[in-house]
Write a protein that binds this ligand. Structure first.
Ligand code: F6R
Length: 247
């Protein structure tokens, strides 16, 4: 894995956007694997700015998001579908038919998971996957567990995740307890992965992901098996890492 330590959140966002822009420029119909949460917001802003400045057309870009809460539809302000519209899709020329986010309101959630996974495969696989990391080492909503979940699945959210995500809701009680998430094999099948981390709360998870054993108790550790992962982190998130760092 390559590790880029940068000085600020802004630099992390710029650097991440640069990686995605490179893929999009080389392949105008690229398939992007996208994440939500606080971490990638600045990256989406940089992507909007840069593609507007260059006149890049998003028309043939395809996106698949990692996860969605169960029980929330796209109109719900706490849904990840809404997050993606507000933070990216409303500001670029993407074709909504090319946007894919698991349907958290599906009547048959298991069927929704199977259909999402099949659709991802048929689309040809992710060219570049963006990941954040949870304090508990989750990627997507792959929570610490006794075994890795390979494919898109319904997941019961970890107590730590519910606590962390309560900041987006009126109260902790309002955070959905279940979600749909791509699995670790779905994530590992991406050609390239960039993982973004900022803040000291992520330092331990990042350390364990890089130097610890590969274990489903720290789901991000599975990334050690992928041949093309670039970690872009600020100094606080990198504070436990030994280096040397890539530049
Ligand atoms: C969200 C996702 C999660 C977040 C992680 C970090 O789509 O996949 O794994 O990346 O929970 O969230 P933030 O960035 O809010 O710290």
């Amino acid at each position: 894995m390559k590790i880029y330590k940068v000085a600020s959140y802004e630099q992390m966002s710029q650097e991440a956007a640069k990686h995605i822009l490179k893929v999009m420029t080389e392949k105008p119909n690229a398939l992007l694997g996208l994440a939500t949460g606080s971490t990638p917001v600045g990256m989406y802003q940089a992507l909007i700015r840069e593609t507007r400045a260059t006149g890049f057309s998003w028309q043939h870009i395809v996106t698949y998001n990692l996860d969605e809460y169960v029980g929330l539809d796209a109109l719900d302000e706490q849904s990840y579908a809404h997050f993606m519209n507000v933070n990216l899709f409303d500001h670029v020329s993407i074709d909504q038919a090319h946007v894919h986010i698991p349907n958290g309101k599906a009547e048959d959630l298991e069927a929704e998971c199977r259909a999402y996974e099949a659709s991802l495969k048929t689309a040809g696989g992710v060219d570049i996957q963006v990941l954040g990391i949870g304090r508990n080492g989750h990627i997507g909503f792959n929570e610490p567990n006794d075994a890795f979940e390979p494919y898109t699945h319904v997941v019961h959210l970890d107590e730590k995740t519910i606590e962390d995500n309560a900041r987006f809701f009126e109260s902790k009680e309002k955070v959905p307890k279940t979600a749909i998430s791509m699995g670790v094999e779905s994530i590992l099948s991406a050609k390239k992965i960039i993982l973004l981390a900022c803040g000291k709360e992520k330092a331990q998870a990042l350390y364990d992901m890089l130097y610890g054993p590969i274990t489903p108790q720290l789901p991000a550790s599975i990334l050690q098996k992928h041949g093309d992962v670039e970690v872009i982190c600020d100094e606080a998130a990198a504070s436990l890492l030994k280096g040397p760092f890539d530049v």
